[in-house]
Design a protein around this ligand. Structure first.
Ligand SMILES: Cc1cc2nc3c(=O)[nH]c(=O)nc-3n(C[C@H](O)[C@H](O)[C@H](O)COP(=O)(O)OP(=O)(O)OC[C@H]3O[C@@H](n4cnc5c(N)ncnc54)[C@H](O)[C@@H]3O)c2cc1C
Length: 325
């Protein structure tokens, strides 16, 4: 049996959720968001460690565009986010963890979890999506929000006739990985009052966060973010070797005698180091097949790096482009 729906959004990270919110706000109800994981959020990820909690993807977000600031004002009013630190440039966090924010935003959206799309083919003036379990979903329009290399793989597998400029643009997007050490400590690490430190750190370390001080955890759960370059150099090492090296490097901040447990999260596509200056990509226009996500920066976005905000704006603009389907 083939499920039929007007619009399918692949991926329930910030881009997929914000696109879904635009459709819903504009009374479009004939759509489905398909997410391969067991939760929405993508890189807005929070893990439980015993009685503690740890954000191990995005830690906070800032607002450079009026559009994102307006959304943040609404989330502030609903108690979904609060300012964390930063006097001139507020860093906002989610008091129950980043994943809770994603869940709240996606609460009223039609999301199918634990469902992975394996290919997208053209069929009957629309698209036939196949899941890894062989289920078929037919849609008149599709928005893919998986990181660009994964989005490209979906299209190639479905043998879609891709124009060379589309392939070239997708190939131009490059991501760095990120290795994150997750430590459970019996005592507070020596960090600023906010629990966040991202300067004067040992080589290879980008950021250290204590989630107790951040205010989301009942215990001292600490995430140590390694830089993209360090993560790339160590990507083929075993998890055990990576954790051993991270533990040695951060010993000035994380006393090995205070460590109760340690685990590793490896993000393959963490931050786009090469991105496109356009809000989304149109793969086929007659029946829309669009690609959006954090690696697409709108012209109005003057930032030089990708982030939660770029995913939000990209999703919103791709959602608006689908309103006339
Ligand atoms: C370690 C780390 C730290 C970060 N720190 C910050 C920060 O502090 N501040 C900030 O602003 N940003 C930060 N970011 C970046 C921010 O998290 C991302 O820019 C943003 O969350 C990306 O959203 P997205 O929707 O574009 O992609 P994603 O969140 O990656 O969402 C894509 C979704 O698609 C799903 N998917 C993929 N393929 C399929 C398929 N075939 N079928 C079904 N579903 C599929 C995935 O499971 C995922 O849920 C960080 C990212 C990482 C990894």
């Amino acid at each position: 049996m083939t499920t039929k729906v007007k619009i399918v959004i692949v991926g329930a990270g910030m881009a997929g959720i914000s696109a879904g919110c635009v459709l819903r706000e504009n009374k479009q109800t004939d759509f489905l968001i398909i997410e391969k994981s067991r939760s929405v959020g993508g890189r807005m990820a929070t893990r439980r460690i015993d009685e503690g909690k740890v954000d191990h993807g995005a830690q906070f977000f800032t607002a450079r565009t009026a559009r994102f600031q307006t959304a943040i004002e609404q989330w502030l009013a609903r108690g979904l986010v609060k300012p964390w630190f930063g006097e001139h440039h507020a860093r906002y966090m989610s008091p129950n963890g980043m994943n809770a924010l994603a869940k709240a935003l996606a609460n009223e959206l039609p999301v199918r979890l634990n469902t992975e799309i394996s290919e997208i083919k053209e069929q009957d003036n629309g698209f036939l999506l196949t899941t890894t379990l062989g289920e078929k979903i037919y849609a008149a329009a599709v928005l893919v929000t998986a990181p660009a290399p994964q989005a490209k793989a979906l299209l190639i597998r479905g043998q879609l006739p891709l124009a060379q400029p589309v392939i070239d643009q997708l190939d131009a997007i490059r991501f760095h990985p990120c290795h994150v050490g997750l430590f459970q400590l019996r005592e507070a690490p020596p960090l600023p009052e906010s629990g966040h430190l991202d300067n004067d750190l040992p080589e290879g370390v980008m950021r250290i966060v204590d989630h107790y001080q951040k205010g989301i955890s009942a215990a001292h759960t600490v995430s140590v973010y390694m830089t993209g370059a360090w993560s790339l150099r160590h990507d083929d090492n075993t998890d055990r070797d990576i954790l051993a090296e991270v533990s040695t490097i951060v010993a000035p901040y994380i006393d090995p005698r205070h460590v109760l447990s340690v685990q590793l999260k490896k993000w393959r596509y963490a931050e786009a180091i090469e991105f496109l200056r356009q809000p989304y990509m149109t793969v086929t226009a007659a029946q829309p097949l669009l690609i959006a996500g954090d690696a697409f920066l709108a012209a109005s976005d003057k930032a030089t790096h990708t982030r939660l905000e770029s995913a939000f704006i990209s999703g919103v603009m791709a959602g608006e482009a689908l309103l006339n389907v």
